[in-house]
Design a protein around this ligand. Structure first.
Ligand code: CMC
Length: 428
């Protein structure tokens, strides 16, 4: 089989190298196309553009396969835990006992945030969206830690910065919730595991007497694993793009949080619950909303449905749906919104519009129902996604840095005015 593709244009033929991936995928390399032919490639939304080579996460969208560093998501969700998966994503291999103890110990030791962070939090109106606060406060950490992981920083300092981010993001996330409630901030308790400590900071009345329900700890740990990475999605690509300018890691992660906030990306989890609530309030007529979603003159979309890459079931959604049933049953919760979600899913999966377009429930469709069952308010859902996605963003940034990738700078096809002379219109 040839490892070159040819492109014919203006009676000339150009040979383009083909790069193979490890799972049978192939990419045509257009790096030198412009210099040779004057042509650029055009692909709005990067629907068919590989922005990088990566060894972190593999998705087969047609088969519904998701692997982190080669390990199937189903196995990691069942057998691993969030910190171990974080180590795997960031460092490439599962940790030994010693490596795991060092990693989790260091993260526990960095959970405190500077007391001045409270002053920032106090200054925001209490109804501010927590994603806006997260974005600003994570970026502000760069002013407290000037050795903050840029290309001149040593690998040891980069590692400490990674631990700080992993540790402090949970504290900051919990404190944004406390702030919105007008409650006092709970300090971290480093004797607790990562998820238990987060729950303690969210819901504990006193730092030392909080005993989280193991069902809730397990459910949240699994959700964080399922969100931990998803290759070159909008926020990961943003982190790589912003990081490629050699800005510090805090600023790159803050940019990723901004990208995730949007309703077409991580913000969909909040929108799903709001949509399900609206359907319930409107009398539960699922069919009416399916028709609205199909109507091109109606801006309504079925939130939590569809995916750029998955043209089959999102494997994360499968696991979450199962977990949703289990968690609600174990906690003895009967959420009418779950019934509406199931009816909506069934109606969509049997409707030709959704079948033809291969639109299936995605990770956000059922996750909000679990978050709600464990007491997390709707506005915090996307923050939970960000907490889970953090190790993925870090891994993507670290890989980009270690590969010495050039600054991200796409081309464009200009459609504006040609050159024209300036005329002062105001004086005429
Ligand atoms: N409801 C109704 N129609 C839809 C939906 C939907 N949720 N998603 C896609 N379509 C239609 C779309 O109108 C288009 O139809 P047509 O071919 O007739 O023009 C076709 O399906 C292809 O959609 P697209 O918008 O071109 O696909 P995309 O790859 O650009 O967008 C998406 C992917 C996830 C943004 C989109 O499916 C969507 O808006 N879904 C709802 C928001 C959502 O759930 N986002 C979370 C994504 S998963 C979590 C994450 O990774 O962030």
């Amino acid at each position: 089989m040839s490892n070159k593709a040819t492109l014919s244009y203006n009676e000339k033929t150009y040979e383009l190298n083909i790069h193979p991936g490890t799972m049978g995928d192939e990419a045509v390399d257009i790096t030198n196309l412009m210099g040779d032919s004057g042509l650029i490639t055009l692909d709005s939304g990067y629907k068919n553009t590989g922005s990088t080579k990566s060894k972190i996460t593999f998705i087969d969208g047609d088969k519904g396969i998701l692997l982190y560093r080669g390990y199937p998501i189903e196995q990691l969700a069942e057998k691993s835990n969030f910190l171990e998966v974080s180590y795997l994503l960031i460092h490439g291999e599962l940790p030994t006992d010693v490596q795991m103890a060092e990693f989790s110990g260091s993260i526990s030791n960095h959970t405190l945030v500077h007391e001045n962070v409270k002053k920032f939090l106090d200054a925001y109106p209490s109804n501010t969206h927590p994603m806006g606060v997260m974005m600003a406060v994570i970026c502000s950490l760069s002013s407290f830690y000037p050795n903050n992981a840029n290309p001149k920083t040593s690998p040891e300092e980069v590692e400490v910065t990674i631990h700080r981010l992993m540790a402090k993001m949970a504290t900051i996330a919990a404190w944004t919730f406390k702030k919105s409630m007008g409650h006092p901030y709970n300090y971290p308790n480093n004797k607790l595991g990562y998820v238990s400590n987060f729950l303690q900071m969210m819901f504990g009345l006193r730092t030392d007497d909080y005993h989280p329900d193991p069902i809730i700890v397990d459910a949240l740990d699994k959700l964080l694993i399922l969100h931990a990475d998803h290759e070159q999605n909008c926020s990961a690509s943003t982190v790589r793009m912003v990081g490629s300018s050699h800005v510090n890691l805090y600023a790159a992660i803050a940019a990723g949080i901004g990208a995730l906030w949007g309703p077409l990306h991580g913000g969909a989890n909040q929108e799903v619950i709001e949509m399900l609530e609206n359907i319930k309030a409107a009398g539960g007529d699922v069919k009416k909303f399916i028709e609205k979603a199909k109507d091109k003159n109606d801006p309504f979309r079925l939130m939590g449905f569809g995916h750029r890459v998955y043209k089959n079931f999102d494997p994360r959604a499968k696991i979450i749906k199962q977990s949703c049933d289990q968690v609600l049953a174990k906690l003895g919760i009967n959420d009418p919104v779950l019934d509406i979600a199931k009816q909506l899913e069934e109606a969509a999966l049997n409707d030709p519009y959704f079948i033809e377009r291969k639109l299936y429930p995605n990770v956000d469709f059922y996750s909000g129902i679990i978050y709600r069952a464990i007491g997390i308010p709707t506005e915090m859902f996307t923050v939970m996604f960000a907490l889970g996605r953090l190790p993925g963003w870090i891994a993507q940034w670290k890989e980009m840095r270690e590969m010495g990738e050039p600054i991200g700078r796409p081309r464009q096809l200009y459609l504006g005015n040609g050159p024209r002379d300036y005329i002062n219109i105001q004086k005429r």
